[in-house]
Each structure stands twice: as structure tokens, then as C-alpha cells.
Design a protein around this ligand. Structure first.
Ligand SMILES: [Zn+2]
Length: 354
């Protein structure tokens, strides 16, 4: 989650927007619904509290020193994510046959450029595998800075956004474990430079691999591990049909214990879904809300509700699976269409000294 942007006209327009989401549930007619449902159930049960907690504990440890863009700590986090994508069996979607997609950064030698991490899961339907659903999460945070009253200067970013990154890794592993892949292809994109102005996600959208030309949706995960057990926000849910799909998945899976709340305000401008919306790709942001530890050294692993995080990750799995499987293609609602001209690129570039 980046700092509050100062785009007053857009914030007002979003605040005035109706909260009514277009609830367009999609019917699916799988040829072997029972066995497919059983496989999905097995895969989703593999997303456990222990697994997401382990990812958060690694990424938000003091040793990672807050994963600032650019830097060696960010690079160490990228290597962890790439290893997880490789272990899941994803296809490398970065440069030079690897998982990393480095991007230019002023004052940094080419070999040390920061990177996005891209893992690809090709779809099973020859006609629809050219259509890509992106699941995104930023893995960078703000690094080491001003100490708090306890003398802690490491901004661990456990919720922001080791939590969403952990969910991304588990959704990727679970989707890749399905015996029959969804019809559409899914790109798992861990971006960096979010805190500096959505730099990594903007770079991915502008420079994505040729195979991933046709983006049809982005599901962005940012801050998924805090607040009351049943609270989850569907940020931007009235802007596209993705809001209705997500709400329908939560309803279809009451065992998740998540009661989605609509949110159509300036929060939509504060994470990487904006980079996709600017490119006219329908995008939804899953988020469990802010808290006083945001962008403070106290955003620590011990405050993460990993059991809730595992349930949020399961919802993200069901959402990605539905979007990648449903015949209907996500679309902006009329309200979203009205907002699109207001989504403008952020003037931010990577710099070693920023
Ligand atoms: Zn943040």
C-alpha cells in the first residue's frame, strides 16, 4: 500500500460513486463437475495457515530489512519468490528464461536492477489460453528508517505486503497443482517498487512478455492479514464485474468465514491494481483493511492473523479459478467506464537515492 495520492477530483468522483455492484454470477458447465470440484477442494485445502505463516515469517524477518526498492534485501526476497514459483512448476515469465523481470533504476548498475518476479500457468483451452488473468502482489516495502519509540528501525512490512505475497505464492502453488488447469492462462506477478509509486506493476504492464499480450483481469492482493476475522474489502467492486464474481465466491464458500465489504474510494488508487486499470484491464483489489502499524516498524509478523490470511488466500484462489474458468470475460461496469479517464499514470521512476 502506497501513500495517499493527492488526486482530489478523482477521490471526489470515487467517493460519490454508487456502491452497488453488478452481481453477475456466471454459470459453469464442466464436463465432469464432481471430479473437478473434488480436485479444486484438494488444492484449496493445501493452502494452510502454516504455509502462509512461513512465507510471512521469512519475508518480514529483520534479516530482510524491509525489502526496499532497490537493494540486496529486495533481491533476496525476489530469489525466495522465484524459488517458490519454480517449485510450484510454473513457467518462467521473466527475462532470459528466468523468473525475474529487472527494470531500470537510476544510480544502480544493470546487474543490480530491481525486478518483478513472474510465473506463468498456461491455460488448458487452446482457444482461450491466449487470455491471461493476472494475480499480483507487491513484495517490496519501505526498508530501514526512522526508529520508533522502541528503537526499532526496521520497517518489516509483514502485512504490507508480506501477507499478500504469501497469499500469491500459495494461490500459485494450489492452481498449478490442479490436475486440469483452468481454461485461461494465469500469470502470477510479484511486483516491486510499489511503495515508490507502483513502478514495478507499471513496468510489467508496459513490458510484459509477448506471450502475455492479452490481459483480461487483475486480482491484486495487498495487506490481507489483519483486523477482524471476517473482514475483507473488495476494493473497486462496483467498477467491474470482478466485484460480483468475488462476492459470489465468498457466498459459495461460507466455510471461509469472510464477509466481503464493498469499497469504492481512493483506496483503489493506492496499490498495483491501478496500473492495470490505467491500461483498461478490469482489476479488483482484495484487502483486509488498514491499521495503526501501517508503514511503521511495528508492522511485524507477530501481529499477522495467519489463519485469516490462509482464508483470504483461499478466496483469492477461488476468485482466480473462477475468472480463469468462466466463459464470461470480466468487463468494466458503466460506473467503471466513467472512472477510467480519471485513472492516470503516476510519474514515478526508480532511483537508488529515492
Ligand atoms: Zn505500503
Amino acid at each position: 500500500m502506497r501513500r495517499v495520492p493527492g488526486n482530489r477530483p478523482l477521490r471526489l468522483a470515487l467517493a460519490a460513486a454508487s456502491l452497488a455492484a453488478a452481481l453477475g454470477a456466471c454459470d459453469r458447465t464442466p464436463t465432469d463437475a464432481a471430479s473437478e470440484a473434488a480436485a479444486v477442494s484438494r488444492a484449496v485445502h493445501g493452502i494452510t495457515q502454516e504455509r502462509v505463516a512461513a512465507h510471512v515469517a521469512f519475508l518480514a524477518s529483520d534479516a530482510m530489512r524491509g525489502r526496499r526498492t532497490p537493494g540486496p534485501d529486495l533481491a533476496a526476497a525476489a530469489a525466495y519468490i522465484a524459488a517458490a514459483f519454480r517449485a510450484a512448476g510454473l513457467v518462467a515469465g521473466g527475462d532470459s528464461g528466468g523468473f525475474l523481470q529487472p527494470y531500470p533504476c537510476t544510480g544502480v548498475v544493470t546487474a543490480d536492477w530491481p525486478a518483478n518476479v513472474i510465473g506463468l500457468l498456461p491455460g488448458s483451452d487452446p482457444a482461450r489460453r491466449v487470455e491471461w488473468v493476472v494475480v499480483s502482489a507487491h513484495y517490496d516495502h519501505v526498508g530501514v528508517g526512522t526508529p520508533d519509540a522502541r528503537g526499532d528501525s526496521i520497517y518489516n512490512g509483514a502485512d504490507d505486503n508480506a501477507s499478500g505475497t504469501a497469499a500469491l505464492l500459495e494461490v500459485a502453488r494450489a492452481l498449478a497443482a490442479l490436475p486440469k488447469r483452468p481454461a485461461r492462462s494465469v500469470a502470477f506477478v510479484a511486483v516491486s517498487g510499489e511503495e515508490e509509486g507502483l513502478i514495478g506493476s507499471a513496468y510489467f504492464v508496459a513490458h510484459r512478455p509477448p506471450a502475455v499480450a492479452q490481459l483480461i483481469a487483475d486480482v491484486n492482493l495487498d495487506m490481507l492479514g489483519r483486523n477482524a476475522p471476517d473482514v475483507i474489502y473488495l476494493v473497486g467492486d462496483s467498477l467491474s464485474t470482478l466485484g460480483g464474481v468475488a462476492a459470489a465466491q465468498a457466498t459459495a464458500h461460507p466455510e471461509l468465514g469472510l464477509r466481503p465489504r464493498s469499497l469504492n474510494d481512493a483506496t483503489y488508487l493506492r496499490s498495483d491494481q491501478l496500473s492495470f486499470a490505467i491500461a483498461r484491464v478490469p482489476a479488483l483489489f482484495l484487502h483486509t483493511g488498514s491499521h495503526p502499524d501501517l508503514h511503521r516498524p511495528s508492522d511485524e509478523t507477530g501481529l499477522i492473523d495467519s489463519e485469516k490470511l490462509s482464508r483470504a488466500a483461499r478466496l483469492a484462489f477461488y476468485l482466480a479459478y473462477a475468472v480463469a474458468s468462466d466463459p464470461a470475460r470480466p468487463a468494466w461496469t458503466p460506473q467503471g467506464e466513467r472512472m477510467l479517464p480519471l485513472f492516470q499514470p503516476i510519474d514515478a521512476t526508480c532511483s537508488a537515492g529515492s
